[in-house]
Design a protein around this ligand. Structure first.
Ligand SMILES: Cc1cc2nc3c(=O)[nH]c(=O)nc-3n(C[C@H](O)[C@H](O)[C@H](O)COP(=O)(O)OP(=O)(O)OC[C@H]3O[C@@H](n4cnc5c(N)ncnc54)[C@H](O)[C@@H]3O)c2cc1C
Length: 494
């Protein structure tokens, strides 16, 4: 049955503007947040039960400098600009972002020539302050780097973040500014008449739509096909990772790349925002029908370890916390597909391979300011009361003692530690639930509880009890993540 949103409708020169963003990954979330600055009826439809659980959940989390995308490509156009936008964005949305810089390391003379090429390419892409450093200089800055390194390209503007946190922050802010978020709702069809978008159909209902933004990650080709503009295909390319414990904080201070290959940026050693060390990813092309295959493999993880050791020989796998894999949404042309299509109102933000995370804030601005405003000629009006700020959940591990004391005075739950690996309090978990966490993973990605060394071995049950209590659901109904991920088989005695 058609669902009407009478009270949500806004008028543009006599036309109602109902905008739907498909996908709450980093790209869809930031587009939604950008759109929420304007007086429109805005919906985000996401098939997963939570935000940022697609490609956005498993990647290297680097805000790339933007020097290695071919000049003239769509990637190059958005990466360096996206990088610049992260400073302001992280302040407004209060997420973790550190400009730690990156090195591309050369081990042979021909690799040094490639570093010089990258430097020139970077300058063409608008990346400033790139520099080629001697082996002595690199080792002074990164003492654990291999003594076989002979030079490195230094990019001071590269950074690291937590991509799922950026997506969650953007959606929270979009909601604060009036957007409606539909989680656990899958788009199944798009109705087009006279080459114009009319309706979006989901497993839960149907909605009249004027503009649809396709930010469906690995599945953007299938969504485009629904609108009759499926002239591209997306192939999954797997990348496997090994995450090492925070005890290794300082093993590297910046992102360490090898000299890239034709296929990928190579296997890296990356410091994470919370102090861990990430090794990976490899690059394995999968058949088109394996867009959900995020299994790690012995061969893949061995490759990651061996190649990471070439950069940092002292890497110690005994401090491994977790292994995981992510899937890059690759296209034949290895480039982003952004903009209008022959169906009026259907807009692609697709083919978001790396550096999609970096480029996402720039893509969001482009979709609104160029694609919707200029190409579709829609006169968007800015909201007078748009609130650009979102505050993160206070993490007791990060706040000052004085502020922690204040928090505990207001709510003693901030004084009760639940996750000892990452020092997460009950107060943080309750706040995560208030903000939309419904599962163990929902809590984990909002608070880092169970993200640490024991991977939830000690705290999962305690977190489940809190979820059960706060949502008034039986303990055995608490899930790990998706609908079919029950943890308990039946009633348990605690
Ligand atoms: C191994 C790897 C390493 C990477 N490293 C980096 C890096 O260091 N830096 C960088 O800049 N980029 C990196 N990237 C790229 C970056 O992660 C992606 O570009 C980005 O996460 C893509 O975001 P997205 O929002 O387009 O896709 P997603 O995060 O996948 O979001 C799309 C959403 O659409 C939803 N969806 C799909 N179909 C439907 C439907 N029918 N109905 C409703 N919802 C639907 C999905 O559930 C999903 O949540 C890396 C990628 C990988 C895989």
């Amino acid at each position: 049955m058609p669902i009407e949103f009478g009270i949500w409708l806004f008028i543009y020169g006599g036309v109602y503007m109902r905008v739907f963003v498909i996908g709450a990954g980093i790209v869809g979330s930031l587009i939604a947040r950008e759109l929420s600055k304007y007086d429109i009826e805005l919906h985000i439809i996401e098939k997963a039960p939570d935000i940022g659980w697609g490609v956005t959940k498993a990647n290297s989390a680097i805000i790339h400098g933007g020097y290695d995308d071919p000049p003239g490509s769509v990637r190059a156009r958005f990466a360096a600009y996206g990088n610049k936008l992260y400073d302001e964005l992280s302040k407004e949305l209060d997420f973790g972002f550190k400009r730690v810089g990156s090195y591309v390391v050369a081990f042979k003379e021909e690799e040094v020539s490639y570093l010089k090429e990258l430097l020139v390419r970077g300058e063409k892409n608008g990346v400033s302050n790139l520099e080629i450093l001697s082996s002595a200089e690199i080792r002074k800055r990164e003492p654990n780097i291999s003594d076989k390194a002979i030079a490195a390209l230094w990019c001071p503007t590269a950074g690291i973040t937590e991509p799922w946190e950026v997506a969650i922050a953007a959606i929270e802010n979009a909601q604060e500014n009036g957007a409606v978020v539909h989680l656990g709702e899958r788009v199944t069809n798009i109705i087009v008449r006279n080459q114009k978008v009319r309706k979006i159909i989901t497993n839960k209902g149907e909605y009249s739509a004027d503009i649809i933004i396709n930010a469906a990650g690995l599945f953007a080709d299938e969504i485009a096909k629904m609108a009759g503009v499926g002239d591209f295909e997306i192939f999954p390319r797997k990348g496997e990772y090994i995450l090492l414990d925070k005890k290794l904080k300082g093993l590297v201070n910046s992102v360490i790349f090898p000299t890239p290959t034709k296929k990928s940026k190579g296997i890296l050693v990356v410091p994470t925002v919370d102090g861990g060390i990430l090794l990976g990813p490899n690059a394995v092309d999968l058949p088109k029908d394996q867009k959900n295959n995020v299994k790690t493999t012995r061969e893949g993880l061995n490759e990651v370890y061996e190649k990471a050791k070439k950069l940092i020989p002292s890497i110690d796998l005994s401090l491994t916390v977790k292994t995981f894999a992510g899937l890059r949404p690759e296209t034949k042309d290895k480039d982003f597909i952004i903009g209008t299509t022959k169906v009026w109102g259907f807009v692609n933000a697709a083919g978001m391979r790396s550096p999609g995370l970096t480029a996402a804030p720039a893509i969001a601005k482009y979709i609104v300011e160029k694609v919707i405003s200029e190409d579709l000629k829609i006169n968007l009006t800015k909201k007078a009361n748009f609130n650009p700020y979102r505050k993160k959940i206070p993490h007791i591990e990060e706040v000052s003692l004085e502020y922690w004391e204040e928090l505990v005075k207001k709510d003693p739950k901030f004084g009760k530690t639940i996750c000892f690996c990452n020092n997460v309090s009950e107060g943080e978990i309750v706040e995560a639930i208030k903000r939309g966490a419904r599962t163990l993973d929902g809590v984990k990605f909002r608070t880092r509880a169970s993200f640490g060394r024991c991977q939830g071995g000690f705290c999962s049950l305690k977190i489940m009890e809190i979820i059960s209590r706060e949502l008034s659901i039986p303990l055995e109904e608490v899930k790990m993540n998706y609908e079919n991920s029950k943890i308990l088989n039946g009633k348990v005695r605690i």
